[in-house]
Design a binder for this molecule. Structure first.
Ligand SMILES: Nc1nc2c(c(=O)[nH]1)N[C@H]1C(S)=C(S)[C@@H](COP(=O)(O)OP(=O)(O)OC[C@H]3O[C@@H](n4cnc5c(=O)[nH]c(N)nc54)[C@H](O)[C@@H]3O)O[C@H]1N2
Ligand SMILES: Nc1nc2c(c(=O)[nH]1)N[C@H]1C(S)=C(S)[C@@H](COP(=O)(O)OP(=O)(O)OC[C@H]3O[C@@H](n4cnc5c(=O)[nH]c(N)nc54)[C@H](O)[C@@H]3O)O[C@H]1N2
Ligand code: SF4
Ligand SMILES: [Mo]
Length: 733
């Protein structure tokens, strides 16, 4: 365990600090978060130490208290003082212990010993692994310029160190999970409001959720706040989703919208609000730009027209528009998160953003909130300049409004495969698993095969690690010291969390920071990593003198900054300095300044549209192999409507073959009326090719093998809902 473990607290002092000592002594165990593992007073209280930390089973970073007995984590409880997650740890959060002690964990550095992807490895010492990494990086840099090396890092408190390394090493080529996730949404809101909003769900009276599934795809505090708003404050929830999700099941209304037609619905809503003058004219005049143009533009998009496109009756569209306007400004089209859906996802989400603007909910209770400063200081550095480098990243200019710092994974992969505009021959992968999460797995395999040297830093032998040359074992979040991270939880909080190790790092695992620092030293870049994470943190806290004490005491530091009205008297970060209904920049670039509807491609006869989506047990491609969560769902199945199944002669539970233009797979069919007849769905993360994921190796089918790899035309975000598949009954042989 590291020095300076300020957050280490004994069980007794923790209860004292949280004022729960009396309650605890009544139950004979802990009562944190309402959980009482030792509810019976006759049972001796367990002797454990308690440590604050932040969950990392997904990106939400829920505050937790780890219970440690004799150096082993025995239980994870929610930190009751962590308001962002409303004192909750979900199923995955609870299963963190099984991840920590999973026998499938990577234990030592492993060097490929057979053909790529053959699964043969040789254990090597760390020094050899690090020396080899530095040597290969140098070789590739010399032969192909520093940009010949690609760096991919997932959501993590240490991912900033990967970007820092890439920059000082000299590569512009950095990708992250975000171009598989939400960059079209970010693009749309940046180009409307000038920033990406937080949804003040708890104070909302009306939430229209389109293409999001908040009760299964957990985002804190929104998931819990939505339930509170509905149960305690009478908030109405309307869900548009081709599937009957858990969110749909709990909603006031569910409309199984035809996939790809959300923009038609939204333009008709805008049409109704404008033509019936249901908006706050004064607010719109003061805050927005382009209302007249918008009014002219949407006059063509009537509810009757939209009904024919999206399959939701015109009367319902009109009613929903009126209800939302009546509840405004405490009403919202939920901005959503994953919008890697269609080739016009940025414009689809622009239509949502514009409808939100018409509800005048910006910067107001129950609406869309601006980002609040948390107060963490950045730690600046001045990267070197490399004259021999190409002018830009490998995917530059392939779409008009790319985010430069992370580009597009899908377009980068295409560039690697073509070798144009220049070759990329090395790949550093940290905490992301594109073999399972990027569409068109065959292309990711081909990309891995093009590389001269790939290093993967992970906790498990994922499919991406399986395709690497060198695999380095990382400590999990319960073993790691991380820099501080600033989080905003809607109106709940703007806060800071840190992670200290709760137990010693297992096996030979080493954090990516140590790996990068060591390799930087070997490449004469040591000056850019001449600090420890503790020192880095101290610099982050330079302007927050009270933060460390609060973190020690509560496991979280709150910055009590203003929540609403941040934009009073302040210009928006857009060209017009207002909320842009009409985007002049788009017009100048030859893009539609207001969303123009194009009907999605028709589902071919005897085929289905394949859509993606998550459930509450799993995080993307990561937790399917977790021993506890795997028990809840040991394999994925294909959701298929009984009417469609009957035509195909498929019975519930039968094995089917699913085939698309890029791949195929076999899994069992689950017949359910909870999906449209023209749509099928399966969970991500199964059908692993890596034998190192023992519970899901060849179990179920991989959706990434089936998805085609189109992208959003504006942002380069993957478009994951554009694939059509055939479904055929497999005759037992
Ligand atoms: N089919 C399909 N594809 C999708 C999506 C979908 O819904 N369906 N969703 C998209 C979205 S929204 C996103 S955000 C992306 C996510 O895409 P990824 O970032 O690729 O997904 P994860 O499964 O979260 O990958 C996390 C990786 O980190 C590893 N890991 C976990 N903990 C640690 C640790 O402590 N240290 C290290 N070094 N590694 C660790 C895990 O083993 C795993 O390999 O996927 C996108 N792709
Ligand atoms: N349990 C769990 N929680 C998570 C994650 C996780 O992996 N597991 N990941 C986190 C991350 S990184 C993200 S980005 C968020 C994602 O959060 P969400 O974006 O809410 O999650 P998805 O499951 O992708 O939900 C998309 C929904 O859109 C529906 N859909 C498909 N096509 C259409 C369409 O054309 N129109 C409409 N209206 N709906 C359509 C799908 O059926 C699906 O239910 O979740 C976060 N929370
Ligand atoms: S939502 Fe669940 S998995 Fe994600 S951080 Fe919170 S407890 Fe962990
Ligand atoms: Mo995501």
């Amino acid at each position: 365990m590291s020095e300076g473990r300020e957050l280490k607290i004994s069980r007794r002092s923790f209860f004292k600090a949280t004022g729960l000592a009396a309650a605890a002594s009544l139950s004979g165990g802990t009562v944190l978060g309402g959980l009482a593992p030792q509810a019976c007073a006759a049972v001796a209280a367990p002797e454990w130490e308690s440590h604050f930390s932040a969950c990392d089973m997904c990106f939400n970073k829920c505050g937790l208290v780890a219970r440690v007995q004799q150096g082993r984590v025995v239980k994870l409880d929610p930190n009751p003082k962590f308001s962002k997650s409303r004192g909750m740890l979900c199923a995955r959060g609870n299963a963190g212990v099984a991840q920590l002690y999973d026998p499938d964990r990577l234990k030592y550095p492993l060097l490929r010993a057979g053909k790529r992807g053959e699964g043969k490895w040789k254990r090597i010492p760390w020094d050899e692994a690090l020396a080899m990494t530095a040597e290969k990086m140098q070789e590739i840099r010399t032969k192909y310029t520093p940009c010949g090396y690609l760096f991919s890092a997932g959501a993590d408190m240490q991912s900033a160190f990967v970007s820092r390394f890439a920059e000082v090493f000299g590569s512009f080529n950095v990708t992250s999970h975000e171009s598989l996730c939400l960059i079209s949404n970010n693009r749309a809101y940046l180009d409307t409001f000038g920033e990406v909003p937080f949804a003040d769900v708890i104070n909302s009276k009306y939430v229209l959720m389109v293409g999001a599934n908040r009760f299964e795809a957990l985002v804190t505090p929104d998931s819990m706040d939505l339930m509170t708003a509905m149960r305690e404050k009478g908030c109405k929830l309307v869900v548009l989703d081709p599937r009957y999700t858990k969110t749909a099941a709990l909603a006031d209304e569910w409309h199984p919208i035809r996939p790809g037609t959300d923009m038609a619905f939204m333009l008709a809503v805008i049409n109704v609000i404008i033509s019936e003058k249901l908006y706050d004219a004064e607010w719109m005049a003061e805050k927005t730009f382009g209302l007249d143009q918008l009014a002219g533009h949407v006059s063509q998009y009537t509810p009757a027209w939209a009904a024919a496109e999206c399959g939701i009756p015109a009367d319902d569209i009109v009613r929903i528009a009126r209800e939302m306007a009546a509840a405004a400004p405490q009403s919202m089209i939920y901005p959503g998160r994953r919008t890697s859906d269609y080739e016009d996802s940025t414009q689809i989400r622009r239509s949502f953003a514009i409808a939100n603007a018409l509800l005048a909910n910006w910067d107001r209770p129950g609406g869309l909130l601006a980002a609040r400063a948390v107060g963490l200081k950045g730690v600046p550095y001045d990267p070197p300049w490399y004259d021999d480098n190409p002018p830009d990243r490998v995917d530059a200019g392939l779409v008009p409004m790319m985010f430069e710092h992370e580009g597009s994974f899908v377009l980068t992969r295409d560039a690697v495969l073509k070798g144009e505009p220049y070759p990329l021959k090395g790949w550093f992968v940290y905490k992301t698993n594109p073999m399972a999460t990027a569409p068109n797995r065959a292309k990711t395999i081909a990309m891995a095969e093009q590389m001269d040297f790939t290093v993967v830093v992970d906790i498990a032998m994922t499919d991406t690690a399986h395709m690497a040359d060198l695999v380095l074992p990382a400590p999990s979040y319960l073993e790691r010291l991380d820099p501080a991270s600033g989080l905003q939880g809607s109106s709940a909080c703007a806060c800071v969390v840190v992670r200290d190790p709760v137990v010693n790092a297992l096996y030979e695992s080493r954090p990516v920071f140590d790996i990068l620092k060591d390799v930087a030293g070997r490449l004469d870049l040591g000056e850019y990593f001449d600090f420890t994470i503790e020192e880095y943190r101290t610099r982050q806290f330079a302007e927050l003198p009270d933060a460390m004490e609060a973190l020690r005491r509560d496991g979280v530091y709150y910055n009590p900054s203003k929540v609403y009205g941040l934009y009073e008297g302040k210009a928006h970060k857009t060209l017009s300095q207002k909320i842009e209904l009409f985007n002049q920049r788009y017009a100048d670039m030859g893009l539609d300044p207001m969303p123009v509807y194009t009907a999605p491609a028709k589902v071919p006869n005897n085929q289905f549209r394949l859509v993606v989506g998550r459930n509450a047990y799993f995080t993307h491609g990561s937790t399917q192999n977790n021993a506890l969560l795997h028990e809840l769902m040991p394999e994925n199945t294909l959701w298929l409507h009984p009417d469609a199944a009957q035509t195909l002669g498929i019975a519930d539970g039968e094995l089917v073959e699913v085939a698309s233009s890029v791949g195929r797979g076999e899994l069992k069919a689950s017949l359910t009326k909870g999906i449209r007849t023209d749509t099928v769905y399966m969970l991500t993360g199964f059908g692993a090719i890596s034998p190192g994921l023992t519970r899901i190796h060849n179990v179920g089918a991989s959706i990434s093998a089936l998805l085609d790899d189109k992208v959003d035309a504006i942002s380069g975000n993957a478009a994951l809902h554009t694939t059509f598949v055939t479904v055929t009954r497999k005759v037992a042989s």
